[in-house]
Design a protein around this ligand. Structure first.
Ligand code: AMP
Length: 401
């Protein structure tokens, strides 16, 4: 990575302002239902504390609509973090009318102590990338660290404004360990992949994946396409797809990309269809040329699974984004699970395997394959934009090596 990391700066005795992604899922009572995002930030937090820095963490949580709302307080996260690191974690108020309270709380921190700023989105100035708010936040630290890959595709105050202000003040803005890991894996695969390099894309809409298809196609050796979006490709090929998902506006793109793909694109040859969108609907496996008019394709079929698994087994780099079928319904999760299994085997055979964030990451975690992948991205939108070849504002804003 060409950006500085926390290992490139001396943090001892400094106050370090760290943007983390603590936007965790919670139940109705506010209980955290999945704390992986907190866990993912621990290496950076522990490193800073062990190296005698004092740490001010900042994150957004949900969408509090630009004003304080107890439903979106970070207090449960401060509590969970305190348990995980075995130290007290103070919650610093984030009150627009009293910015001094923020400064006083941050200044009171001693080396080895950690505090968490209340929800960054308690003011609309965060998403507006407001300069004054960025300056106020920048005053909370001597060094800025961004470890929130999941928010790096947004140019908000905490991801863009603050590091810029700090760099203008000759302060340092660097990447944390999680950010570094994400960029090393995703960037390594895109820019310097071990070959064969296979990408698998799925999910619902072709339209959402057009930029990533355009970006990956010249780089990969094979592009396997499954999920709901495959049906628009069939349609573009002149096949009847019954009631399956169709993204009419992307037909022309599919036609063009199939021609330009020079045989790199592999589509499913069989699929599992059902008369309605329901887990209990009767399932039939058919060839893609034989989808009945009154049925819809909800998963890839066994021949496709075997073919896709073969490509993955022979690969040295595999990137996956998007489920192969309606994996939320167990009867149509077979293809997605099989791809996770094939990818896990590829890892065991020495391939670098990367799961993009969002639905495919959730599926891999849910199905118990998380430990068997080289890397699972913590950023849904961010990993997709990275794969699209876009520069992420939260990365651009950091100091170059
Ligand atoms: P995306 O957000 O575009 O990655 O799409 C993820 C969604 O695609 C998931 O909710 C899946 O249920 C859905 N999906 C995958 N395959 C199909 C399919 N064959 N028909 C309808 N929806 C699908």
């Amino acid at each position: 990575m060409n950006k500085k990391t926390i290992e490139d700066v001396d943090v001892a005795g400094k106050r370090v302002l760290v943007r983390v992604d603590f936007n965790v899922p919670q139940d109705e009572s506010g209980k955290i239902t999945d704390d992986r995002r907190i866990e993912a930030a621990l290496p950076t937090i522990r490193y800073l504390l062990d190296n005698n820095a004092s740490v001010v963490l900042m994150s957004h949580l949900g969408r509090p609509k630009g004003k304080p709302d107890p439903k979106y307080t970070l207090q449960p996260i401060a509590n969970r973090l305190a348990e995980l690191i075995g130290r007290e974690v103070t919650l610093i108020p984030n009150d627009e009318k009293n910015p001094l309270a923020r400064n006083q709380a941050a200044e009171a921190l001693q080396p080895g102590q950690v505090a968490l700023l209340e929800n960054l989105r308690y003011t609309e100035k965060e998403e507006a990338n407001d300069t004054l708010y960025s300056q106020e936040l920048a005053a909370l630290g001597d060094i800025y660290v961004n470890d929130a890959f999941g928010a790096a595709h947004r140019a908000h105050a905490s991801t863009d404004g603050v590091p810029r202000v700090m760099r203008n003040m000759q302060k340092t803005a660097v990447a944390g360990f999680l950010m570094q890991k994400e960029i090393d894996f995703l960037g390594g695969a895109l820019n310097n992949p071990q070959r064969p390099f296979v990408a698998i894309l799925g999910g619902a809409k072709v339209k959402d994946k057009i930029p990533v298809i355009e970006s990956l196609l010249p780089k990969v050796d094979k592009l396997l396409i499954g999920g709901g979006m495959a049906y628009t490709f069939y349609k573009a090929n002149g096949l009847e797809i019954g009631k399956s998902l169709l993204d009419e506006s992307s037909l022309e793109f599919c036609r063009r990309v199939l021609q330009e793909g020079h045989g790199k694109i592999e589509l499913p040859n069989d699929c599992v269809v059902a008369p309605e969108f329901s887990n209990d609907a009767p399932r039939t496996t058919v060839k893609v040329a034989e989808i009945p008019a009154d049925q819809e394709g909800l998963d890839i079929g066994p021949e496709t699974i075997a073919r896709f698994a073969d490509y993955m087994n022979g690969a040295k780099t595999v990137i996956w984004n998007g489920p192969m079928g309606v994996f939320e319904m167990p009867n149509f999760a077979v293809g997605t699970k099989a791809v996770a299994e094939a990818m896990a085997k590829a890892t065991e055979n020495g391939a670098t395997t990367i799961v993009g964030g969002g639905d495919s990451a959730a599926a891999v975690e849910q199905m118990g394959y998380a430990e068997r992948m080289s890397h699972i991205s913590t950023g849904g939108g961010a990993s997709l934009e990275f794969l699209e070849g876009k520069e992420l504002p939260g990365v651009v804003a950091l100091d170059d090596k």
